[in-house]
Structure formats: C-alpha cells, structure tokens
Design a protein around this ligand. Structure first.
Ligand code: FAD
Length: 553
C-alpha cells in the first residue's frame, strides 16, 4: 500500500516550505508529505490522489489564502476524502473563522502560527490526529476498480470479462456508492463505465480487447506455426491443451471470451470426479489454465477464430484481428452458448436487467431483490441456489409441470429445502417491460392462459444451447442444428460417405470430415453435455492427433 498522505496547503511559500520540512522530518518514514501553494492546485492534486486510490490521512491548511480560503478548500476537499483529518493553520485574528469551521467542515483542530518549537506545538497535535485516523482507517482496495451503472450493458460486459478471466476487481455502483460518484466526478469527461488501475490513466468505456491489453493477456500468437491449434477454452479444449502440451506438442489455445467456457460460469459443479464437496467453475478454470500454462500452452484470449482453410496438409486459421496461424492438426472445442429467447422486450433489456447465464457476475448486485430465472435444467438450478444466498426471493419460471425431467435430483432436493426459492410451473414470460432498465415481466400460465404482471429488476435466462459453427461453412460436416459430425457419424447427414470423407483410412473416432481437424465436447454431435465427458474427449483426442501427425509429418 502507498504511504498515507499528509497534505499541507499555504500560499506563503516560506511557510509552506517550513511546515513541509517539519512534517517530513517527523512523519516522513510512514507518511508522504504533499504540499500546494493554493486551494485550486491542492484540489486538483487531491483528485489525482483519490483516483489512484492512495489514502489521505490529514489536510493541514492555511486559513488566509487569496481566491480560496482554508475553510472553502476543506469544504470541497472533504467531498473527495470524507474520512480525512482536518486542521487549519491560523493567525490569532482567524480564530473566529476556525471556530465556525468546527461545525461547517467538521474541523478537528486549529493550530496557531508560528508553531515553533514543533516538538511542543505541532507534533503532539498531529500525532493525536494521525492516531485517531489510523484507528478508523480501512486500507483501500489496491486492485482494479470498475465504476459504473449497474443497468449499463457495457458495465456488465466489463465485470463479466474480468471475473471470467480471474482478474480481481472492485465494483463501484454510482447508484449505490458515494465513493463511486466521487471517483466518477474526479475524472474529467467521465464516461461510464470507467476502469481505474492502481497506477496510470483510467480507461473510459474500454472494449474487452483494450482491457485485455492493459491487463497483459496474450492475444497474439508468438509463432506462425504450431503442431496443434485448439479452438475454444472450455473444459474440452483445456483438457486437450494439457494433454497435447504435456506430450510434447507445440500447442496454442484460442479462446473468444475467457478460459472455462460454460463450466466457468457455473457457481458450483458437484459431480466432477475428485471434488467431493464440488468446486466453482471459475476455480476449475483457474486450475486448468495454470496446468496448461505450466506445460507450455500458449493461451490467446480474448481472440476468436473467424475462418478455417486448408493448404495441402496445413490447416490455416484466421483470427479476429486478421492474423493467421497454421498447424497440422486442429481441435475444435467450440462448445455451445445460451439460446436467445425471442420474447417481446427481452432484447432491449439484455445487459440492463436481463442476462443470459451470468449468475456469478451479477449475484452480489441482486442483494435483497426479487430475482426471476427462466430454465429448469441443472444450470438454472445451480444459479437459483447461488442467488438464494443474496436475493430476497428467487422465482424459477418453468414451462413444464416440474423440474424432475430436466434437473438432477440432488439439486431438486436443495431447491426444495431453500425457503426463498419458489418454482412456478407451467409459466412463461411473454413480455419484458421497462424504461432504460427492466422493470416488469408479464407471465402467462400455459394451462389457464391467465396473465399477470410482476415487478422485476433482474431476469436470468438459462435455456437450451446452440453451437456457433456457421463460420466453418461446408468445410466440415454438421448436422441440421450445427453440431459437428465426427468418426462413425460422418455420412449420417445424408451425404454419401465418399463425398464426405476423402481418405483411404477410416476417420478417427473424433475426427471431422476434414482430415486433421477434430471436434470434442459439447459442439460434437451426440456428445454428453457434461464437464467430465468434455474433459475425457479432449484428452483422448490427443491420441488421435499423435496418430494423424505421425502420418503427415
Ligand atoms: C451454468 C452451467 C452449469 C453447469 N453445471 C454443470 C455441472 O454441474 N456438471 C457438469 O458435468 N456439467 C455442467 N454444465 C455443462 C458443462 O459446463 C459443459 O458440458 C461443458 O462446459 C462443455 O465443455 P466444452 O469445452 O465442450 O464447451 P464450452 O464449455 O461451451 O466451451 C467452449 C468455448 O469455446 C469458445 N469458442 C467458441 N467459438 C469460438 C471461436 N470461434 N473462437 C474462439 N473461441 C471460441 C467459447 O467462448 C467457450 O469458452 C454446466 C453448464 C452451465 C452453462
């Protein structure tokens, strides 16, 4: 932590120099002494200090200054640093102003000039003020601070990006926090969201790519060619990366959002082998990323693959920044993402009260609220359990007659035993309403047809999933819903096998119709949509990659 600051202000430069010298001599080891020759200069410097998050312990200010008196300066300054100790340096004739300031600006002390000898007239007073300040001081948060408005979709995007990339940050909501409003006010032309780093310039409304650069995430490949390129950093892709690199393959993994994939958004995975009390998705992702990096995997994120082409035995991938990397083998671990609900109003409030997934990022912000969840599968159940810890009530809106067909029994039992979760069956959302943010939902009962409008600030949607494989065009065979066909399933799309597969040898179990390009995890047609099965496919696929490389190299 930076040393707390003692800030002294005086327009008489000799006095300023003398007091700063005396303060430094006695307090310099534990405090930083700053000085300014006018209220305006001091105020500007104080704004920068607050923006950096450095603590300010004491303001010691001359009362009689032209343009801005000491009391006027303190009036402004305490809006920025409300917990600071305040002392005025006064001449005998200023005592009335100093006494008035006790009420006006909560003055803690007024000191008479001259203060010689400081051992008698200055240090005892300052010691006492600093001891009092220390007793109530809570060290400031030293990491990244995000200042914004909860209903702003870009605020949500930034929080989600940082959380999913395991970057600690503190969220400061301008609607709820005085500190947030102060920080927003300190930055000229503050455009929210604002991201403040412990040092350096603030970023206003940054894109995730700008944030990634500032944080130091790797987004470009170090080499033009790899043995193995893995597209997608969910459990399947991360497992393939760990096995590939640990077995000596030069491996790069490209991830569009954040390593962890869908699993990374789960609040608690309870059925993954070896973790008897469960683990959070972000914990699983963090462990897997360190394991992959330890074996030398390059992880590019946020970076997405836009297209794939072939050149003899080379597989060439174009990334979203226009760069290209090539490899002999590619594993597509693209997973699936939430299906969008096409209901009136939902699109308008996405990121402003309506969220797809995002249970981890937004849970705390829903403290004391009534939260609605659409979905009846395990992901919705886990989210309900997580929200129940913070929200006043959680209502699960389910189209069917119960959760039993779609949710694991252990979750159904947990939900039934949680007082503030209600499961509303046969119910759909038919409209979302509001101004700049979600304010109400219109619900319909499928049996009676009756509708009701309920006030709602937060709706979380966990329904079905779709693979995003259009960018692969006709290069690899896909089923009607876009899932990738592999091994024995090739040809099941109705296309005659000889038009699908070009080689003499049969395709490997997880190989797509394009030799050397494999598919694993949720994106593969017929896969079991589980963390363990994705991890299993990712790891065994590396064996097929070895066999394939043995033939082409
Ligand atoms: C909330 C939730 C809770 C769950 N709970 C459990 C549970 O308790 N137990 C369990 O077994 N399973 C659970 N699941 C299911 C499990 O998470 C998935 O089966 C698993 O994550 C699939 O892994 P995957 O690697 O195949 O795909 P994903 O996890 O979907 O990862 C795919 C990754 O590929 C990236 N990507 C896609 N296209 C591109 C591209 N063009 N370029 C770069 N990157 C790209 C995506 O950004 C994504 O990160 C849960 C799922 C969710 C959503």
């Amino acid at each position: 932590m930076a040393k707390p600051i003692i800030f002294t202000v005086d327009d008489d430069l000799d006095v300023l120099q003398a007091i700063a010298r005396d303060l430094r001599r006695h307090y310099g080891e534990h405090y930083r002494v700053m000085r300014a020759s006018s209220g305006a200069v001091a105020f500007e410097a104080l704004q920068q200090v607050v923006q950096r998050g450095d603590p300010v312990a004491l303001l010691l200010v001359d009362q009689r200054m032209p343009e801005m008196s000491g009391v006027e300066f303190l009036e402004q300054a305490i809006k920025l640093v409300p917990d600071v100790k305040r002392a005025l340096l006064t001449a005998y004739s200023d005592t009335d102003a100093a006494i008035r300031a006790i009420n006006e600006v909560g003055l803690d002390y007024y000191l008479m000039k001259p203060w010689d000898p400081p051992e008698e007239n200055l240090y005892p007073v300052i010691d006492d003020l600093l001891a009092d300040w220390q007793a109530n001081f809570r060290p400031p948060f030293e990491g990244i601070r995000v200042v914004g408005d909860r209903w702003n979709p870009q605020s949500h995007e930034i929080k989600d990006f940082l959380a999913r990339n395991q970057i600690p940050y503190r969220w400061l909501d301008v609607e709820r926090s005085e500190e947030a409003r102060t920080l927003a006010g300190c930055v000229t032309q503050a455009k929210l969201p604002l991201v403040l780093f412990p040092d350096g310039e603030p970023l206003r409304q940054p894109s995730t790519a700008e944030l990634a650069t500032r944080i130091g995430l790797q987004t470009t490949a170090a080499k033009p060619f790899y043995d193995l390129v893995i597209v997608g950093g969910g459990p399947a892709g991360l497992a393939a990366a760990v096995y590939g690199a640990s077995e000596g393959l030069h491996t790069v993994l490209i991830e569009r959002e954040a390593p962890g994939g869908q699993a990374g958004t789960s609040s608690r995975i309870e059925n993954y082998l070896g973790f008897p009390v469960g683990l959070s998705g972000s914990d699983l992702a963090r462990r897997a990323v360190s394991q992959a990096r330890r074996f030398g995997v390059e992880i590019l994120t946020p970076q997405s693959v836009q297209s794939l082409r072939t050149d003899n035995d080379y597989r060439l991938l174009t990334l979203s920044d226009g760069s290209e990397i090539s490899a002999h083998a590619v594993i597509l671990a693209l997973g699936v993402s939430w299906r969008r609900l096409d209901t009136t109003g939902l699109e308008q409030f996405t990121g402003a009260g309506v969220y797809y997934g995002a249970a981890q990022t937004e849970a705390l912000a829903c403290e004391g609220e009534d939260v609605y969840i659409i979905g009846g599968a395990n992901s919705a159940g886990q989210a309900a359990m997580n929200f129940a810890k913070y929200a006043k009530s959680v209502t699960m809106l389910v189209r069917g007659d119960s959760l039993t067909r779609s949710m694991s029994q252990y979750l159904i039992d947990q939900i039934a035993a949680t007082d503030n979760i209600t499961v509303q069956t046969h119910t759909s959302v038919i409209e979302a309403k509001g101004g700049t943010q979600l304010e109400a939902l219109v619900l319909q009962n499928a049996i009676t047809g009756a509708t009701e409008t309920v006030p709602a600030q937060s709706l979380f949607i966990f329904i079905g999933a779709t693979p995003h494989t259009d960018w692969l065009e006709d290069l690899v065979q896909r089923d009607a819903r876009g899932y990738l066909l592999t091994g024995p399933d090739l040809g099941s799309s109705g296309v005659p096998p000889h038009q699908v597969w070009s080689q003499e040898r049969p395709p490997f179990l997880l190989e797509t119709s394009l030799p050397g390009v494999f598919a694993v995890g949720d994106v593969r047609c017929g896969s079991i949509k589980r963390v363990a099965s994705g991890v299993g496919e990712g790891s065994i696929c590396v064996q097929f990659v070895h066999q394939y490389l043995g033939a082409v190299r």
